[in-house]
Structures are given as structure tokens and as C-alpha cells.
Design a protein around this ligand. Structure first.
Ligand SMILES: Cc1cc2nc3c(=O)[nH]c(=O)nc-3n(C[C@H](O)[C@H](O)[C@H](O)COP(=O)(O)OP(=O)(O)OC[C@H]3O[C@@H](n4cnc5c(N)ncnc54)[C@H](O)[C@@H]3O)c2cc1C
Length: 304
């Protein structure tokens, strides 16, 4: 069992930025990461200044190496299974890939474990996710500028997302896969922008095996040729391991935090995609992580 000042759970941009800046504040930190980032499926990540187009795994590798270069920091590849209050702090326990149990004790714990996505039930969607099917239009919309694209979504915010998508292409079709989620008011707004709404049930996405999609096949056998698809998943925080803590969540299931990232449990902080308000992007997660490191350091000095 290792004793440190802070344990960080998750080595995405949020957790890495917290850890790097805590180490630079001469704070001892252990980072536990299961190394299953949501964006691993994508070839390139966009919009992070100086790293536009960088492969996400390369981005994380560089971040990990930067953190590990400090004597104060250790990065463990381990999946955390529990956090329990112990004394005036917390005991964090996890398991490495080799099945070894590891644990660390700390006054402060940072949750930076990201989100898990659930998709509309379309058999081959995951096969194209990250190459020609995407969820984040700010991240990948530019690559489809002027191309025929579809937005697939079954939630009541899809009309608004279709309008956003029309910034990149004038050929956008909104597919609701049988869901009745576009009001008459929105139907008119979308028609004004040239966005067609198709509510038919989708049988599957078609394309080259392991490559790029060519379009959408409906249950009635009709085919809609498309170069790219944006999908609206639903997101839930990856937080099963916090069952031992009485954490308050927001109405949409994210962790409720104050302006500085404190959760409802004293000493437990949360940052990155698992906290509102987004948008869910690399630089925003990293920026929030850097700010949180300063807040934790100030708190430990009795200044906040
Ligand atoms: C397909 C895709 C493409 C994207 N493209 C872009 C892009 O181009 N540009 C952009 O700005 N944003 C992009 N994003 C969004 C971006 O990836 C996220 O906003 C960002 O990674 C969030 O950072 P985070 O640190 O909060 O969480 P994550 O990056 O999700 O990291 C969370 C980490 O916590 C770990 N973890 C989870 N549970 C545990 C546990 N129990 N124990 C230990 N570790 C755990 C996970 O393995 C993971 O490594 C994309 C997202 C997806 C899904």
C-alpha cells in the first residue's frame, strides 16, 4: 500500500493535466488508469492547439511520460474497483492487468474516469465508429465539409444537432430510426435549412469491411448513400467503483461539482467529461484538470 497526497483515477487529458500540475506543485500523486479511453477508436483527434490531428493514443502516451518524469508522480495501469473512506482520507484499491491488487491511501481523490457511450441499436455502427461514423461534430465535422452526411439520433435534441451539422454540409439527412423526436416546429426549421428528416427504421450501415461506410440501409430495403455519419449516443459516467461514496449527481447523471470541482464528498474531486457543462473535448478536459490542480494545492495549504 502506497501513501500519497492525491490519487487520480483516469489518465485521459483531465487526469493527466491534474497529475502533471500537482507533481509540479511538489505534491505526491498516484494515477490509476484502466487505459480504455472512449476516443481510442478514432485515428486522429482535432482542435487541441499544437496537437491538431494527433492520434489520441499518442497524445495520451506523451502525457503519461510527462507525468512520469516527475519524482512525485507514479502512473499505474490498473482498474480501480473501490474507494472507501479511511481515517481522514480514502483508500483506493484496484487490479492490474496481471491480476495483482494495488492500493493507495490519500487525503484527496480526483475522479477523472470519463464517460461510457451507448448507441442506437444498429448492428454495424461500431465497426465504422471513429473512421467514418462519429459522435462529436466539433471534433470531426470539418473532415466532411461539403459531403453527404447523416445524423442518427433517437433523443429530443437531435433537431438542434442537425442544425449544427449543417454548418459543414448542405446535404444533411436526419435519421431518427423510428423515434418520434422531431416536433412540428423543428420540422419547419429544418426544412428551411434544407435538412430532410427520415423516421424510417434502420436495418444497418453498409460499407467496406473494416473500412469506410457507403450509406444507410433501411428496414424497407431502401438505401441512402452517405460519406459520413454522425450519431447521437447517450453517455453515462464510468463510476461503478464509487459505490462506497455518497456522491450527488446532476439530472443527466453527471457528477455534481462546485465551481472548483469539489463533489458532495469532502476530499473527492471530479473533472473532465464526467462533470458538466462540457462540451466534451480534450482541451476543455485538460484545462479543467490544470485548474483543479491549483485548487487542490490551495486547499491543502488552507487557502481555499
Ligand atoms: C470517438 C471519439 C472521438 C473524439 N475526438 C475528439 C477530438 O477530435 N477532439 C477533442 O477535443 N475531443 C474528442 N473527443 C472527446 C474527448 O476524447 C474527451 O472529451 C476527453 O477524452 C475527455 O477526457 P477525460 O480525461 O475526461 O476522460 P477520458 O479521456 O475518457 O479518460 C478517462 C480514463 O479513465 C479511465 N478509467 C475509467 N474507469 C476507470 C477505473 N475504474 N479505474 C481506472 N481508470 C479508469 C479510462 O480507461 C480512461 O483512460 C472524442 C471522443 C470520442 C469518443
Amino acid at each position: 500500500m502506497v501513501q500519497v497526497e492525491v490519487v487520480v483515477i483516469g489518465a485521459g487529458p483531465a487526469g493527466l493535466a491534474v497529475s502533471l500540475n500537482l507533481a509540479r506543485a511538489a505534491r505526491t500523486v498516484v494515477v490509476c488508469d484502466s487505459n480504455r479511453p472512449r476516443h481510442a477508436v478514432t485515428l486522429r483527434s482535432h482542435g487541441f492547439v499544437t496537437r491538431d490531428g494527433a492520434p489520441p493514443l499518442e497524445f495520451r502516451r506523451m502525457g503519461r511520460e510527462e507525468v512520469e518524469s516527475y519524482d512525485e508522480a507514479q502512473v499505474w495501469q490498473a482498474t480501480v474497483s473501490s474507494i472507501v473512506p479511511e481515517g481522514t482520507g480514502f483508500l483506493v484499491t484496484g487490479t492490474t492487468r496481471a491480476g495483482e491488487t494495488v492500493s493507495a491511501q490519500a487525503q484527496h481523490v480526483v475522479l477523472a474516469s470519463g464517460l461510457v457511450e451507448s448507441f442506437p441499436k444498429i448492428p454495424s455502427l461500431r465497426q465504422y465508429y471513429g473512421t467514418s461514423a462519429h459522435s462529436c461534430m466539433e471534433c470531426d465535422g470539418y473532415e466532411y465539409k461539403g459531403s453527404p452526411i447523416a445524423l442518427i439520433g433517437e433523443t429530443d435534441d437531435v433537431a438542434e444537432r442537425a442544425v449544427l451539422l449543417s454548418q459543414w454540409s448542405k446535404d444533411v439527412v436526419l435519421l431518427t430510426n423510428g423515434a418520434d423526436v422531431v416536433s412540428d416546429w423543428w420540422q419547419e426549421r429544418l426544412a428551411e435549412r434544407g435538412i430532410r428528416v427520415d423516421t424510417r427504421a434502420i436495418r444497418d450501415i453498409e460499407g467496406e469491411q473494416g473500412g469506410f461506410l457507403t450509406g444507410v440501409r433501411f428496414e424497407d430495403d431502401d438505401f441512402l448513400p452517405r460519406r459520413g455519419i454522425f450519431v447521437r449516443p447517450t453517455w453515462t459516467p464510468s463510476l461503478a467503483f464509487t459505490a462506497g461514496l455518497d456522491l450527488v449527481t446532476t439530472h443527466d447523471g453527471l457528477l455534481a461539482v462546485d465551481n472548483e470541482g469539489r463533489t458532495s464528498v469532502h476530499g473527492v474531486w471530479a473533472v473532465g467529461d464526467i462533470t458538466p457543462p462540457g462540451p466534451e473535448q480534450l482541451m476543455i478536459a485538460a484545462g479543467a484538470g490544470q485548474r483543479m490542480a491549483a485548487m487542490i494545492n490551495r486547499t491543502m495549504l488552507g487557502l481555499s
